[in-house]
Design a protein around this ligand. Structure first.
Ligand SMILES: CN1c2c(nc(N)[nH]c2=O)NC[C@@H]1CNc1ccc(C(=O)N[C@@H](CCC(=O)N[C@@H](CCC(=O)N[C@@H](CCC(=O)O)C(=O)O)C(=O)O)C(=O)O)cc1
Ligand SMILES: N[C@@H](CCS)C(=O)O
Ligand SMILES: [Zn+2]
Length: 812
């Protein structure tokens, strides 16, 4: 028996040139039918399998491919289609916890769904079709999509199963279909991948009180049937993903797991189960490694050393194989294979002399396809990168080293050591000016000149704003013309002057529109930005941007995170020209618009040779200079967006405080250089903020705006205790809905907030993401928003004249 085998956990869906995305969007826009979508995506899928085999992956995942999302695939496998789509009772609209930052559900409704409340029925085989699948993912004109939220602490979003009133049933053995396809078409004995039942249920919503175990008991035999059929079809391995095990795991959960896996083993005795975890260490190592499965997969990259420590302390059962996730599945750096080989030897020694699966730390879904597409990158950087394909090669080298001895791959190991060393030694990673600047940072939190109470009064005098001032969150519609203009400029078809002229014209048009609507604090519109992070990565030293390093964010939507490879510093002002130009056009204040250090860090591919806090502070110092440059150019309100603050919260509670302390420090380092009258704004997209309100307050921004319209007052509750005393705007209309808001709706949302917030601190703004909407929707919506603010002000004025307070529901 060999000592090690290479095992992949999942492969990117999108294709080297985003072929998958283009096919999906062609289908949604009616350019190709379902049959063509199926046949073209099948070709892609098979090519991915073929490629993995060529790259010597021995355990090749199948069924990880998806036409939208793997959690949704699992839900459909078990017939868990929300009732509103099937004519059942549950017609609840959008879920309040949706991560609407993504704008996922704002697309045109799929062609198949008409304005009638079309419902979906399963086909003769009992399975729901593609139209139902996309309807749940994207919504229809009649029904809101299922909610979507972050997949653990990644920038990938999954569709949240809505289980209200549902009883699971096996509609289609999806893993079997993909297993058979790989076997018949390519002769590959694939390893079907499926989201495990505990993770599926824990991530779901709408489970009635006390019904969790009922549902689990219903699901277990269905999963068991899937596994039984896989075993009968000849599958050797199945990978059951239970990432939920890296979160807190109770005694009750351990009992559930024992029940689940005992049932699976009994149903499919000949099928080997790899129970796979990722993104952190497992919380109950000793119990989890004893579960009745043949292999346990652990993440040895993002575990902060905890899986290794547990393994060395407690050992590993001798009857199991350890899936050793040693190659980073979430970042793009080439590994020093000597270091990885030493780690594997340590793991092997602690686990005993059994077979190892050498794996990525998680699915490769979170990394781009191949560095081969990046010929334009400087070779020093390109040689230091490893995307999905290169990671599989790294795994193959490590397996060979374990099986045949290090000498067999001496050249490959040496080359990797050399590439990593070269990048580490590069001048960009050793910039003394950056080191000096960081060295000058005080250990104490940076402070504004005066405390908020003083600044509030200074700012109130400096900025003659009405009660309940109106503003927006920054971006305005990114039309096809805007994207095409950028594309022409990037391709050299337009020179700088033509592009700037276009941007200025668009900004001027929108300054006039905002003035006409009567908004109090304007924005320039962000027309020059491809993405709120990539745009900054294109300009800061220490970053580079790739041509094709896209990763799926949600559905067909992708992001191209910039590559943060060196020490970060500001080369020249990044946003001053656009902001100053916009400000020159109007007497009203125009907010400067930046992305904050935590979000830039989280949504970039970041170097992994330095701690997060150091890199975050480097970004913060660059932003500090930008903030000063904006202030100097006459921009007196500056918004520093931090939508990723909550998402970046570590998965383990014990790590929260240090993360939050570092985040608050970096934000304050970015923003505290300004005068008292300069108003610092921040913005966050919807998330569960209850746990981090103190940290939000500690950011010490003068005004925060939060995406909130779909949270039905929940978010307001988080601010209920009245300790948040700074300016706050909770989005008063949902920009992701194609339906225009009514004035009465906006007023009642604002009134609900004003029950707990002082009108003197409340701002009126929509949710974020206006870039995803059309002008025809944005203009009337903003007009209604301003009319609502005017009506509310009048109510307050009347109440004040009558000697009473709170006529509009306020508490002042
Ligand atoms: C707030 N969100 C963000 C996250 N992460 C970020 N890094 N940025 C975010 O804004 N995470 C949480 C959420 C996720 N939400 C979204 C929402 C929308 C998208 C999206 O629409 N992505 C686009 C790509 C956007 C982009 O970079 N566009 C480029 C054009 C790139 C391109 O495709 N060019 C074409 C040619 C264009 C032409 O000629 O028309 C080409 O190369 O072929 C730009 O605007 O310049 C997507 O299409 O997927 C993502 C996350
Ligand atoms: N300023 C950005 C924030 C998105 S989270 C925007 O308005 O799109
Ligand atoms: Zn947002």
């Amino acid at each position: 028996m060999s000592q090690a085998k290479s095992s992949n956990l999942g492969y990117p869906r999108i294709g080297e040139k985003r072929e998958w995305k283009k096919l999906l969007e062609a289908h949604w826009s009616g350019k190709i039918d379902a049959a063509e979508l199926e046949s073209e995506t099948k070709k892609l899928r098979l090519s991915y399998l073929q490629k993995q085999r060529d790259l010597q992956a021995e355990l090749i995942p199948v069924g990880d491919f998806s036409l939208y999302d793997h959690v949704l695939d699992t839900a459909f496998t078990f017939g868990l289609v929300p009732q509103r789509f099937t004519g059942g009772a549950n017609t609840a609209a959008h879920d309040e916890n949706c991560n609407c930052a993504t704008g996922a559900h704002d697309e045109e409704a799929p062609a198949s769904a008409d304005a009638e409340a079309k419902v979906f029925a399963p086909g003769e085989n009992g399975a729901y079709g593609l139209d139902a699948y996309f309807a749940v993912a994207r919504g229809t004109k009649a029904f809101a999509a299922s909610p979507m939220t972050k997949w653990f602490d990644t920038n990938y979003h999954y569709i949240v199963p809505e289980l209200q009133g549902l009883t699971p049933k096996l509609t289609v053995n999806r893993p079997l279909a993909f297993y058979l396809e790989a076997k018949e078409e390519l002769g590959i004995d694939g390893k079907p991948v499926i989201v495990g039942p505990l993770t599926l249920l824990k991530l779901a919503r709408g489970i009635e009180e006390g019904k969790f175990d009922t549902l689990l008991d219903q699901l277990i035999p269905l999963y068991a049937q899937v596994l039984k059929e896989l075993g009968e079809a000849g599958a050797t391995w199945v990978q059951i993903d239970e990432p939920i095990l890296v979160l807190e795991t109770s005694d009750e959960d351990i009992a559930r797991l024992n029940k689940i896996y005992a049932a699976f083993r009994a149903a499919a005795p000949g099928l080997n189960i790899l129970l796979q975890t990722y993104f952190e260490s497992v919380s109950r190592y000793e119990d989890i490694v004893q579960l009745p499965v043949q292999a346990i997969g652990l993440d040895f990259v993002h575990d902060r050393g905890r899986n290794l420590a547990a393994l060395e302390r407690h050992g590993f059962p001798q009857d199991k194989i350890l899936g050793a996730g040693v190659i980073d599945g979430r970042n793009i750096w080439r590994s020093d294979l000597q270091v990885k080989l030493d780690l594997l030897r340590r793991i092997k020694q602690a686990a005993g002399a059994k077979e190892l699966f050498v794996q990525p730390s998680s699915s490769l879904l979170h990394v781009p396809v191949t560095t081969r597409s990046e010929q334009a990158l400087e070779s020093k950087i390109r040689d230091g990168l490893s995307f999905a394909d290169e990671k599989l090669t790294e795994i193959a080298v490590l397996v060979k080293a374990l099986n045949e001895g290090e000498e067999a791959v001496a050249a490959e190991i040496a080359e990797s050591v050399q590439a990593v060393a070269a990048l580490n030694a590069s001048p960009e990673r050793n910039d003394e000016s950056v080191r000096d600047a960081l060295g000058k940072l005080d250990a104490r939190r940076p402070e504004r000149l005066s405390p908020y109470a003083v600044r509030r009064d200074v700012q109130a005098k400096h900025w003659p704003l009405p009660l309940l001032p109106t503003t927006t969150i920054g971006s305005l519609p990114q039309t096809t013309e805007v994207r095409q203009a950028r594309s022409k400029w990037k391709k050299g078809e337009w020179n700088e002057e033509q592009y700037v002229q276009f941007l200025h014209a668009e900004t001027e048009r929108w300054i006039r529109i905002q003035e006409e609507i009567g908004i109090d604090v304007l924005v320039h519109g962000e027309f020059e930005r491809n993405d709120m992070v990539e745009y900054f990565g294109e300009q800061l030293a220490g970053f580079t941007t790739s041509g094709f390093a896209w990763v799926q964010s949600y559905g067909s939507r992708c992001v191209k995170p910039p590559i943060l490879y060196g020490d970060v510093k500001l080369l020249s002002p990044m946003t001053v020209t656009e902001s100053a130009y916009a400000q020159s056009l109007t007497d009203k204040p125009v907010k400067g618009m930046l992305t904050g250090p935590i979000t830039i860090y989280n949504w970039s591919f970041v170097r992994d040779d330095l701690p997060r806090s150091v890199v975050q502070n480097q970004i913060a110092l660059a932003l500090r200079s930008e903030v000063s440059a904006l202030e100097e150019a006459g921009i007196g309100m500056i918004q520093v967006d931090e939508p990723a603050l909550r998402e970046g919260l570590p998965l383990k509670h014990e790590d929260w405080q240090s993360y939050l302390d570092e985040a608050v420090y970096a934000f304050r380092a970015s923003t505290t250089s300004v005068q008292d009258e300069t108003q610092i704004h921040t913005h966050m997209c919807y998330a569960e903020f209850g746990d981090i309100i103190q940290a939000i307050s500690d950011l010490d921004a003068d005004v925060i705006s939060i995406e909130a319209a779909r949270s039905h007052g929940d978010l307001v509750t988080a601010f209920e205790d009245g300790t948040y005393d700074k300016g706050i705007g909770l989005g008063v209309f949902d920009i992701h809905s194609p339906r225009l808001p009514e004035q009465s709706e906006i007023e009642s949302i604002a009134q609900r907030a004003l029950e707990v917030l002082d009108p003197a601190q409340f701002w009126i703004n929509p949710d974020c993401g206006l870039k995803t909407r059309r002008e025809e929707e944005v203009i009337p919506s903003l007009k209604t928003m301003v009319a609502s603010a005017v009506a509310l002000r009048e109510q307050f004025a009347k109440a004040g004249a009558a000697g009473g307070a709170g006529a509009a529901g306020g508490n002042s």
